[in-house]
Design a protein around this ligand. Structure first.
Ligand code: PRP
Length: 181
């Protein structure tokens, strides 16, 4: 029995992810070069790690990357207040921050993190996300770069988890119902 037997359907294949990362990497390279900017990639733990690793292979710029871990305050998921579990090692002041996310759902997390970087005096704040679920949006926020727009499925793999499982799968899939029942 393999963990893959718990997947009902593959939504985005490993090949599609690689090809899309190549396209996004080229686009990011072009647009940041034109502005003469070097992005500081900020990956939000933990889900964005596989996407960061794939994407940055195709960004032909003098980049740096760092990690941040945030969580919603318990019981206040609706307010969008976030608590920093792990902050950047690098100062954001004057930096061209490119936040790397695995998924944007309601948009609360990314909205709060973007606001925080603006308050810290970043020169620019942009977002690249592997997946976007626009139908779920509660806060009016858009990513500058989107890998794949998806319908409102419960998805796992390529960083995305269910109870911390499935993150290491090399594709994005939909789990069988018995997994979360
Ligand atoms: C997930 C995801 C985004 C956020 C999206 O993180 O990685 O950060 O939720 O949801 P939102 O748009 O509704 O705010 P999670 O807290 O599950 O952490 P993880 O990356 O460690 O799985």
């Amino acid at each position: 029995m393999s963990i893959r037997d718990e997947v009902k359907r593959v939504l985005v294949t490993e090949e599609q992810i690689r090809e899309r990362c190549q396209e996004l990497g080229r686009q990011i390279t072009k647009e940041y070069s034109e502005r003469n900017e070097k992005p500081l990639l900020v990956a939000l733990l933990r889900g964005s790690v596989p996407f960061l690793a794939e994407l940055m292979k195709y960004i032909d710029l003098d980049i740096q990357y760092d990690f941040m871990d945030v969580t919603s305050y318990a019981g206040t998921k609706s307010t969008g207040d976030i608590r920093i579990i792990k902050d950047l090692e690098t100062s954001a002041e004057g930096e061209d921050i490119l936040i790397v996310e695995d998924i944007i759902d309601t948009g609360r997390t990314i909205n709060a993190v973007m606001g925080m970087f603006r308050n810290k005096g970043a020169h620019s704040v942009r977002v690249v996300t592997l997946l976007d679920k626009p139908d779920r949006r509660v806060v009016d926020v858009r990513a500058d770069y989107v890998g794949f727009e998806i319908d409102d499925y419960f998805v796992i793999g390529f960083g995305l988890d269910y109870n911390q499982r499935f993150r290491a799968l090399p594709f994005v899939g939909i789990p069988k119902e018995e997994v979360y029942r």
